[in-house]
Design a protein around this ligand. Structure first.
Ligand code: NAP
Length: 274
């Protein structure tokens, strides 16, 4: 596995494991929890030790699936991210939500805790104070945000005394290029890790016929999925978290690591419009 430094001396795998949909929830899930646990364990064994989840997913059940999946592994070898729902952004609610997430995953501390998306109805200052409390109490090692604009990130950071927002998790893929306009340059300049979610367009990218991806797959003896993921993790301050409940998909995604697209091919992909 390759790693990037999310904070001084702390590394995070460039390729992690998404979990949205595992354990049921908002859309049909053809997999049993047992299959999801097996897929996560397989990914962890391969080195995809960053697991991304959220209290929202399957109303908390996904965190229980994660808890089951991580049981056989040494906690210190994993990087676990979860997220608090905007309706829980009041000071006490953030703390209670974090404790519930820890309980469901049967862990003492998260590595990274994120605000799932901006909530204009609750003062962000109050929420950030609660996030700082979680750091002080060592209920999480790092804090961050998700789906935040640059302005929202700046506001969140302004309420922090010593702590730093180390991460913004946003949708970013060959199909979704919005972060390139403002957010990615901001993160790169300020050394904030950008986690690209839905890197396969929630599966849509796989179903599409994209001639450039096919051509590059042939050239590098890789698959189109591996090209699409490699393009993301080749960018400074970008990591990603594809979700795969199918073990074959987990293995294919893992093949996105350990090799490099040439500068010219990166540029071709940068210009690709899907
Ligand atoms: P995704 O990772 O882009 O796509 C997942 C879909 O692609 C699944 O249907 C999966 O199928 C399929 N897939 C995975 N690897 C494949 C492969 N090698 N070949 C063919 N199909 C493959 O979408 P996502 O789940 O939306 O995003 C990833 C993660 O990001 C989520 O799980 C979640 O942890 C996070 N996320 C965060 C937010 C947020 O607001 N912060 C929003 C969305 C997602 P199988 O499951 O059948 O293997």
């Amino acid at each position: 596995m390759e790693f990037k430094e999310i904070s001084r001396g702390v590394k995070i795998p460039v390729l992690g494991l998404g979990t949205w949909g595992m354990g049921g929830g908002t859309f049909p899930n053809p997999f049993t929890d047992k299959q999801s646990v097996a897929a996560l364990r397989h990914g962890i064994k391969l080195g995809m030790t960053h697991i991304d989840t959220a209290e929202m997913y399957a109303n908390g059940h996904t965190e229980e699936v994660v808890g089951e999946a991580i049981k056989p592994f040494d906690r210190e070898n994993l990087f676990i991210t979860s997220k608090v729902l905007p309706r829980n952004f009041r000071y006490d609610d953030v703390i209670e939500a974090a404790k519930r997430s820890l309980k469901r995953m049967k862990i003492e501390q998260m590595d990274l805790y994120l605000l799932h998306w901006f909530n204009p109805d609750i003062p962000l200052k109050e929420t950030m104070f609660a996030m700082e409390y979680l750091l002080e109490q060592e209920l999480t090692r790092f804090i961050g945000v998700s789906n935040f604009s640059v302005e929202e990130m700046k506001e969140a950071q302004s309420y922090l005394d010593k702590a730093k927002i180390v991460n913004n998790q946003v949708e970013y893929s060959l199909m979704r290029r919005e972060p390139e306009k403002e957010l990615l340059p901001f993160c790169q300049k300020n050394e904030i890790m950008l986690t690209a979610y839905s890197p396969l367009g929630h599966g849509a990218l796989v179903k599409k016929k994209i001639p450039l991806l096919d051509a590059l797959a042939k050239k590098y003896n890789k698959t189109s999925v591996q090209i699409a993921l490699n393009w993301l993790i080749s960018k400074d301050w970008v990591i990603t978290i594809p979700k795969a409940s199918n073990i074959k998909h987990v293995e294919e995604n893992f093949g996105a690591v350990g090799w490099k697209l040439s500068k010219e091919d990166m540029e071709k992909l940068d210009k690709l419009v899907i």
